[in-house]
Design a protein around this ligand. Structure first.
Ligand code: 5GP
Length: 365
């Protein structure tokens, strides 16, 4: 048995050090970059923020808004081939390109058949292949198979947390490796299995490994605020996948739930009496893709040999997603001026981090 003694950090363990810079305004920075991939010959211009391929966030509705800002969406894998084809057709007509969209796949024969059906239409070129444990031989074999069948497609594959496996996936046909095991907001893998790695350290190691062999990474999970997205770009992420930060919006899947509760208020009638009042709060359901809730929804229950590695939560309804997207992009722009990076691609080169004990003042919540 071996123990790695190096300190492993999460986004909350570090802060960016501000630097003297010649950038005087946020409008001087360029948050777009041109992505030039290892295998896929097509180039894409955009900002590497991506909606997670969860059934709550990898939705057609979210994709339509994300692409307006040249941001990406990995559609969840529970859409049927017919639903995907219809959406991709309409989207291509209206938006001219499906370049900001990935279709998702597991590694089963059924998944492959669906990919074949959709790819045959030539409406899409981007495929996200993910399994909870990217160290399984099934993933690498599946990546090889998809690469052989579609030499020019853009393949994102994962999830892993180490440099060696990042390189393996890239050398075997992936363009982007999705990294992160256990950092997700509704993930319980670490609780259940004890497996995982703090995400900030994962991003540093895997991006370094990926860039060394001409590939890229997508930092998947663990961002809770715009500042975490900034830290992730600075740590070397080419793409950043967000679940929880994009959940609970109008465009996220699921109904808005109304909860009525009783609270007390002081009546301002001179002698200040307490009165009971009814108030309403609005929520949306958000759940891990391997939670019992999701397994019930999509597979008719939890299989005996499978454990639930995700949870179900109700989160406050947050209205339209556009506001959240703008706040995230605003945060990135601002961080770039703080660290002196004119282009988003320069963020890692410009960034210096402090290791901190406490990053936020939580006195008012
Ligand atoms: P978040 O942005 O919410 O922190 O993380 C989103 C990521 O959590 C997803 O992209 C996916 O990788 C991961 N995830 C989603 N559902 C589950 C689940 O049920 N179990 C685990 N272990 N991870 C999940």
């Amino acid at each position: 048995m071996r123990i790695y003694d190096d300190i492993q950090l999460d986004y909350c363990d570090v802060l960016l050090r501000p630097k003297r810079s010649r950038l005087s305004s946020r409008s001087e920075v360029d948050i777009e970059r041109e992505y030039d991939f290892k295998w896929c010959p097509l180039k894409i211009k955009g900002t590497g923020v991506m909606a997670a391929n969860m059934s709550t966030t990898g939705t057609f509705e979210i994709a339509k808004i994300m692409q307006k800002y040249k941001l990406f969406t990995a559609l969840h894998k529970h859409y049927t081939a017919e639903e995907l084809i219809k959406f991709l057709k309409d989207n291509k007509k209206n938006f001219k390109t499906n370049g900001y969209i990935f279709i998702s796949s597991g590694v089963s024969e059924e998944d492959y058949k669906k990919i074949q059906k959709v790819m045959k239409t030539k409406l899409i070129n981007n495929i996200c292949i993910d399994v909870a444990n990217g160290y399984s031989p099934y993933l690498i074999n599946y990546v090889k198979k998809v690469r052989a069948a579609y030499p020019k497609c853009l393949i994102m594959a994962g999830n892993v947390v180490t440099g060696d496996m990042t390189e393996d996936l890239l050398l075997n046909g992936a363009d982007i490796v999705k990294v992160g095991i256990g950092p997700g907001s509704v993930c319980t893998t670490r609780k259940l299995t004890g497996v995982g790695r703090p995400q900030f350290s994962t991003v540093i190691e895997c991006s370094d490994a990926a860039h060394g062999v001409g590939g890229m990474i997508c930092a998947d999970g663990g961002c809770t605020v715009a500042g975490d997205v900034c830290k992730s770009f600075c740590a070397g992420a080419d793409f950043i996948m967000l679940g929880g930060m994009l959940a609970g919006h109008e465009e996220s899947a699921g109904d808005v739930i109304k909860r009525v509760y009783i609270t007390t208020e002081v009546e301002d009638t001179g002698d200040e009496q307490l009165k009971y009042v009814l108030k309403e709060k609005y929520f949306k359901k958000f759940y891990g893709m391997s939670s019992e809730y999701a397994q019930d929804l999509f597979y008719g229950g939890l299989k005996k040999y499978r454990a639930s590695e995700g949870k179900l939560v109700e989160i406050p309804y947050r209205g339209e997603i556009e506001k959240t997207i703008l706040a995230i992009l605003g945060g990135v722009r601002s961080a770039m001026t703080y660290v002196g990076a004119k282009r988003i691609k320069d963020m890692p080169k410009c960034a210096t981090f402090y290791r901190v004990n406490r990053q936020l003042n939580t006195v008012f919540g």
